[in-house]
Design a binder for this molecule. Sequence first.
Ligand SMILES: NC(=O)c1ccc[n+]([C@@H]2O[C@H](COP(=O)([O-])OP(=O)(O)OC[C@H]3O[C@@H](n4cnc5c(N)ncnc54)[C@H](O)[C@@H]3O)[C@@H](O)[C@H]2O)c1
Length: 255
Amino acid sequence: MNDTEKKTAVVTGAAGGIGQAISRQFVASGYRVIAADANQASLTRLEAELNRNGQTVWGKAGDLRNKVYCEELIDYSVQATGRLDVLVNNAGIITRGNILETTDEDWERTFDINLRSIFYTCRKAIGHMKGRGGGAIVNIASCWGLYPGPGHAAYCTSKAAVAAFSKCLGRDHAGDGIRVNAMCPNEVNTPMLRPGFARRGFDPDSAVAELNKSVPLGRIAEPEDISDVVFFLCSDAARYIAGTTIEVNGAKPVY
Ligand SMILES: NC(=O)c1ccc[n+]([C@@H]2O[C@H](COP(=O)([O-])OP(=O)(O)OC[C@H]3O[C@@H](n4cnc5c(N)ncnc54)[C@H](O)[C@@H]3O)[C@@H](O)[C@H]2O)c1
């Protein structure tokens, strides 16, 4: 396969727990990846790891609260690799608290990162994919967006919006050959989950072991359990899946 035939994926939050697994999976499957994250140091480590045998990853550090950065990611994909086939909006933050504990700043920051950035990247990506053979977009929402858990008003509401937004785009742009879906994990063993335990005074390893017992499949998800499904949704094997939400939860309901 020559370089112009290789597909390109833009992955946000690429330096985080799930984002690294997604980036590795796309590279292992022959994709080139535009890896976007606010964490420059982790991005540099990921690039060093995945570019050992030639450049397959282009790190692009920045803050998704910046509209220009969101839109530039799409332009950059086309400039650096000549194409854009896949967009995975994976970056996100978890904001804890019921409404009385949620500040204006918490609410705005959560919606800016979890939802508004996706509006900008999707609009730009769909504008590009339309008329160029289509593409696939996966937005990472959460089971907690579909069935809100306790004490996370901003997070759950932002993820519910991501799920609804993905269904809207999926429906509107299926005819353009663009499949848009939302992926909804339950708990995943990543840096997003662990510091929350530490802040609340629990040892993260024992807390994860305890959490594993609450999952009918016997454990919370590892990042690769999520990246496998993201990759599937972007592949031709999922050619008839569009405008929907896919739950990946080990059979654990939200309660
Ligand atoms: N871990 C879980 O239990 C879980 C469950 C359901 C859904 N999710 C969702 O999965 C996605 C990935 O989560 P994760 O567990 O890998 O989290 P993570 O904290 O390990 O990674 C998130 C990444 O997003 C980046 N990021 C955050 N704010 C940013 C900003 N303003 N600009 C650019 N980058 C920014 C961070 O630097 C980080 O590398 C998130 O959308 C999250 O809501 C996670």
